[in-house]
Design a protein around this ligand. Structure first.
Ligand SMILES: NC(=O)c1ccc[n+]([C@@H]2O[C@H](COP(=O)([O-])OP(=O)(O)OC[C@H]3O[C@@H](n4cnc5c(N)ncnc54)[C@H](O)[C@@H]3O)[C@@H](O)[C@H]2O)c1
Length: 417
């Protein structure tokens, strides 16, 4: 195991998804978990005891603990204000998706990182799955030529039971975020592989189906089933993203270049990569098609033990490396915000008959200043003139059946909020 001079003292916020970060932030990466924060006291104390670290229910008090870095796995829509507070307190930040919930928050977040001089990393783990790292290696080596067209899919259907279990409370974010918002798992791999940026977006939403008895008909969800987002990248390439709760679980990435195609397999071992180069493009002796299981380029053994196909290992790893080198990581604040606002802008497009919407480049101060007051938000507490409903169908109300079903599961899981 590599020896590190001084461990990076880490605090984690949110003990759901945050558990993985907390358990992974160990001496093997030169990190030391020292504190946890969550408002759900019972779950917080349980994990605090298991990991023998300080626990806080109050975020401001948690920030006063002697920590160098904060990992945010709190609610989807609250990462930006939490990140800004931590940066202003002099902490490095790694934030779960989404980086920001509105365009105004995106501007504020970018400016907080710039003013703090601290490291900010967007914790998108999907690019670091083994097949995506291999596709980046091939792409960067010029193997499939210039990026022309790509697809990213994150299709994650859930039973009504599971949906209720992981979405406690009528206003839990999973029960109302619009179908385009959780888009970074499908876009991030394509940005990582090809190093291109989104410039224009069209959103298409597949509406809520209250008649679906085993699914939305039995939950308290008020948003839609799924979305398809078309994105134009800065090199002219076109990308199609598919995400949501459609039947047919799958995580899939496809990249067409002007010299070949690569993708991960859709079935069997989905970590395997398929590369195809046409007979008129390929080198002599090179097969037209290759299908193989790649290794991680580094830390293969450790990554193999981690969640999300190894992607989770690389979050803590790259965050720690960025702090030690004092250099922003690849998944910096600009990329994190760019990926996150695609979900917002695609929803705007979907509500306008899928018309194209320009994606502002927040690396440009003049451009981002134009969005500093853009608080467009579907959150229940932001309801008001000009604000969108979470569903393209408008004000969807859960059925009594859905409310009864979910309430029982929440009670059984100890949720009292
Ligand atoms: N990258 C991935 O693969 C992946 C997987 C799951 C979740 N996520 C992301 O991680 C985040 C958390 O996901 P989750 O499934 O654990 O969600 P969750 O809503 O179940 O958990 C959030 C936790 O944050 C706590 N919390 C909320 N407000 C707080 C506050 N003010 N102070 C302290 N704690 C607070 C909640 O009590 C809860 O335990 C989300 O943004 C989600 O998008 C990412």
């Amino acid at each position: 195991m590599q020896q590190y001079e001084k461990p990076i003292r880490v605090g984690v916020v949110g003990v759901g998804r945050g558990k993985g970060f907390a358990r992974g932030a160990g001496p093997h990466l030169g990190m030391e978990l020292v504190a946890l924060c969550d408002t759900w006291e019972e779950r917080l104390n349980e994990l605090g005891k298991e990991l023998s670290v300080a626990t806080y229910t109050d975020y401001d008090k948690f920030l006063e603990h002697d920590i160098d870095a904060v990992i945010l796995a709190n609610y989807f829509h609250e990462h930006a204000p939490f990140a800004i507070k931590a940066l202003d307190a002099g902490k490095h930040v790694m934030s779960e998706t989404s980086a920001c919930f509105t365009l105004a928050q995106g501007v504020e977040l970018v400016e907080a990182v710039e003013r703090s001089g601290r490291i900010y990393m967007f914790a998108e783990n999907y690019p670091y799955m083994v097949f995506n790292q291999e596709m980046r290696r091939l792409y960067q080596a010029g193997h499939i030529g210039e990026f022309k067209y790509g697809e990213g899919e994150y299709v994650h259907p859930m039973s009504a039971e599971e949906s209720a279990r992981i979405s406690p409370g009528m206003d839990h974010w999973r029960n109302w975020i619009p179908a385009t918002y959780y888009c970074t798992h499908s876009l991030a791999p394509l940005m990582y592989i090809t190093d291109t940026w989104p410039v224009k977006v069209n959103g298409f939403v597949i509406a809520h189906d209250p008649e679906d008895e085993t699914h939305f008909g039995k939950t308290v969800r008020r948003s839609d089933l799924a979305s398809m987002i078309a994105v134009r990248m800065d090199n002219g390439a076109v990308v199609k993203l598919l995400k949501g709760s459609l039947r047919g679980h799958g995580v899939w990435v496809r990249v067409h270049g002007n010299k070949g195609l690569m993708e991960n397999l859709r079935f069997g071992d989905t970590h395997m990569v398929r590369v195809r180069r046409e007979p008129f493009d390929k080198d002599t002796g090179e097969p037209v098609e290759r299908v193989y299981l790649p290794d991680f380029p580094e830390h293969h053994a450790e990554a193999m033990k981690a969640g999300h196909g190894g992607g989770d290992f690389f979050m803590n790893y790259h965050f720690a490396e960025a702090i030690r080198r004092n250099e922003q990581p690849f998944l910096d604040v600009y990329r994190g915000v760019a990926m996150s606002i695609i979900g917002v802008l695609a929803y705007r497009s979907a509500l306008d008959d899928s018309a194209p919407v320009v994606v502002p480049d927040f690396r440009d101060i003049e451009v981002r200043r134009q969005y500093a007051d853009d608080h467009w938000s579907p959150a229940p507490w932001d309801r008001g003139p000009g604000q969108p409903w979470p569903s393209i169908l408008g004000d969807m109300r859960p059925s009594n059946r859905g409310i009864e079903f979910a309430s029982k599961i929440w009670r059984d899981s100890g949720y009292t909020g």
